[in-house]
Design a binder for this molecule. Structure first.
Ligand code: ATP
Length: 418
């Protein structure tokens, strides 16, 4: 097998490495495409990323390897946005089996932060062909796209625009998107956000992507595409991908958390939710003496209503990336609710009137007869919040976050966001 990994070719002002891969899928077809091109999403917290930290890999049946490399490099030279200071393309070509240490490296690129020399050393060790442009940081993603084991995977069909339309607003018949979604959900997902009434499968950035349909199988994606009414599509490409797999998440202790990584953390709510200006909601969790702030930011919309109902003592699991010492929530499991207790002044044991508080922790006194009591009336209050797993809505979904509907055997009650 022959692997061609590419990364870091686009800029915020245009292009998309997936488009380059789609073009290459056509140009490299004579070498025998093996399976669908691989669209791998890497650590979502990497500061160098343009958008979704993607890297692409094409797998071919045969060479000659020199020929393949030449075609790949030419395509990068043709399409990469070199004028952008943050575009540093890398191409890696590998012939043979994927070595174990390259697989391990790839998983670290999804979960951790690595550096360019490490990627170069590893590629060199296995005799891979490496082409770097500018500082060549893309070699990290290119190598990871070759090595990543897609032990769990989904598919995405990306449709691209005619170049003459790039500058124009995207033309998509919304009704057809809603119809397609209704007909294919839950085998496709995140096409629309029903609750927040937005089409989410089409970007607003100036890149060639018209839309991306995500789903369980190539067949359902093709069926879904046929239902759409849109502007002309220049080309479409189905990718196999680690999107929607939670591959970035690592179970860890709160005390061991590091910024720029993503985790599943268990703990008890220690600071109750507080909404700040801008609509962001923060709360704290504590585990074995260590604590961390968790955030449901404004774009997570209705998910914040769930978060706001947490109280001190609730047992939760927080799923998300840590940035600035704060967990950016993607999912939240409410494991066990604390008992909410309301206190109210007791009735006077002598004359039956409501008593009044004497002061904090000082007990109660009857205004009429002067009788005193130490304790209030405690009343258990039913919580509005149900235990179970919650997720941010489709409009706030990160590429790697696993949709609740993809969890085959849920360990708890689930509340999919739709
Ligand atoms: P593109 O479509 O061009 O791939 P993007 O949003 O996917 O856009 P890039 O422009 O590729 O982001 O920028 C990400 C850069 O960070 C790449 O050079 C990639 O090699 C590098 N990178 C990715 N993951 C890691 C990581 N875990 N540690 C260090 N560098 C990383």
């Amino acid at each position: 097998m022959l692997y061609v990994g590419i990364d870091d070719t686009d800029s915020k002002l245009g292009m998309c490495t997936t488009y380059l891969a789609a073009v290459l899928a056509e140009r490299l077809a004579p070498f025998g495409l093996h399976g669908y091109p691989r669209l791998v999403r890497l650590n979502p917290n990497i500061k160098y990323k343009t958008r979704g930290n993607a890297a692409l890999c094409l797998v071919l049946e045969r060479g000659p390897v020199e020929e393949v490399e030449k075609i790949a490099v030419k395509a990068v030279e043709e399409y990469a946005r070199f004028e952008d200071g943050n575009t540093n393309p890398g191409v890696v070509v590998h012939e043979g089996e994927v070595p174990d240490d390259v697989r391990a490296f790839a998983l670290r690129v999804v979960r951790d932060v690595v550096d360019i020399p490490e990627a170069l050393l590893l590629a060199k060790k296995h005799g891979m062909r490496v082409r770097r442009f500018k500082n060549g940081r893309g070699v990290i993603g290119a190598l990871a796209s070759i090595g990543l084991d897609l032990y769990d995977h989904t598919y995405e069909l990306l449709a691209y625009r005619l170049p003459e339309n790039y500058e124009k607003p995207r033309r998509l018949d919304r009704e057809s998107v809603y119809r397609m979604d209704a007909a294919t959900y839950p085998d496709t997902w995140d096409n629309v956000d029903l609750r927040n009434k937005v089409v989410v499968f089409s970007p607003h950035t100036p890149d060639p992507v018209l839309y991306g349909i995500r789903g369980n199988s190539p067949e359902v994606l093709l069926k879904a595409q046929k239902m759409l009414v849109t502007e002309p599509v220049e080309r479409s490409q189905i990718f196999i991908t680690n999107q929607g797999t939670d591959m970035h998440l690592v179970e860890a202790k709160v005390a061991d958390v590091r910024n720029d990584r993503s985790y599943v953390l268990e703990g008890f709510v220690c600071d109750e939710p507080q909404a700040i200006e801008g609509g962001h909601v923060f709360f704290g969790i504590e585990q074995a003496g260590a604590s961390i702030k968790c955030a449901a930011f404004e774009p997570t919309k209705n998910f914040r209503e769930i978060v706001k109902q947490l109280i001190k003592g609730d047992e939760v699991k927080a799923f998300g990336s840590v940035k600035g010492d704060t967990v950016n929530l993607e999912k939240l499991e409410v494991v066990k609710l604390a008992q909410l207790v309301k206190t109210s002044p007791p009735k006077c044991p002598v004359c039956g009137k409501s008593m009044e508080s004497v002061g904090r922790n000082k007990g109660y006194r009857c205004r009429k007869c002067g009788a005193r009591r130490a304790l209030p009336i405690y009343e258990k209050v039913k919580r509005d919040l149900e235990p179970g797993l919650y997720e941010v809505p489709p409009s706030a979904r990160r590429h790697l976050a696993k949709q609740i509907i993809r969890i085959k055997e849920p360990w708890c009650r689930t509340h999919p966001g739709r």
